[in-house]
Design a protein around this ligand. Structure first.
Ligand code: PXP
Length: 241
């Protein structure tokens, strides 16, 4: 099973000061050193976190799977068909949302998604659709011509007890149905150190795409060393020891 790391929130931190650090490209290389099988970035219309420079640098640089998450807009399709990432995951996008809120509305968007997937596939780009865990959505993804689906695990992640088990069962059914239909099945959203095993143990899942929980842990596990490094520097320069 592959692990794709979403580095958007490294860029979120950078954009808090509109500066240059932390650099998502450096974070991506460290993630790869740590064993990441892929790097994901969501290039949003408003460029609120990662930007075109990040995409350019990562495409030129990393050798693991680069997964470009994007809305199926004309602007993004033009960028993807020019830059040629290894994988594109089409997601719904709303300006006001804090994060992707759910899977695509495949029924309403079927025709335009078919065209978008066709344009990407014409350029040899593998294409995945971010979908809710529902049999109907797997069938629609097949009709649309996607190579893969990424099953939204956000509702599973936010639920507890029996509700979580019900949500997990929906993911399991969707993975089985996708595999039977010849689609590769990925999963992601809201996965963290407490809930990931319930999804990782599902047979047939090709890969997991995780961002926020890993970036959050990275900030905390790195805190002690970061403070120690600064303190050492200050103590070395300070005339009054
Ligand atoms: N998969 C998709 C399609 C997403 O939009 C996101 C969030 O950007 C993720 C996975 C990662 O979610 P999280 O940050 O909650 O791990």
């Amino acid at each position: 099973m592959i692990l794709g790391i979403n580095i958007d929130h490294i860029a979120t931190l950078r954009q808090a000061r509109l500066g240059t650090e932390p650099d998502p490209v450096m974070a991506a290389t460290l993630a790869i050193l740590g064993g990441a099988d892929g790097i994901t970035l969501h290039l949003r219309e408003d460029r609120r976190h990662v930007n075109d420079r990040d995409l350019d640098m990562l495409i030129g640089f990393i050798t693991v799977e680069l997964n470009l998450e994007m809305a199926a807009t004309e602007e993004m399709l033009r960028i993807a068909t020019k830059k040629l990432p290894g994988l594109v995951t089409i997601v719904p996008e709303k300006r006001q949302e804090l994060t992707t809120e759910g899977g695509l509305n495949l029924k309403a968007g079927k025709n335009s998604l078919k065209k978008a997937v066709g344009r990407l596939k014409d350029k040899g780009i593998r294409t995945s659709l971010f979908i809710n865990p529902a049999i109907e959505d797997v069938d629609l993804s097949k009709d649309i011509g996607a190579d893969m689906v990424e099953i939204h695990t956000g509702t599973y992640a936010n639920a507890s007890g029996e509700a979580r088990e019900r949500e997990r069962a929906k993911v399991v059914r969707s993975v089985i149905h996708a595999t039977d239909a010849g689609l590769k099945a990925n999963a992601g959203h809201g996965l963290n150190y407490h809930n990931v095993t319930g999804i990782a143990e599902i047979e047939g899942v090709r890969g997991l795409y995780i961002g926020h929980s890993i970036i959050s842990r990275a900030v905390l596990v790195g805190m002690e060393k970061a403070v120690r490094d600064m303190k050492e520097l200050i103590m070395m320069s300070c005339p009054m020891q």
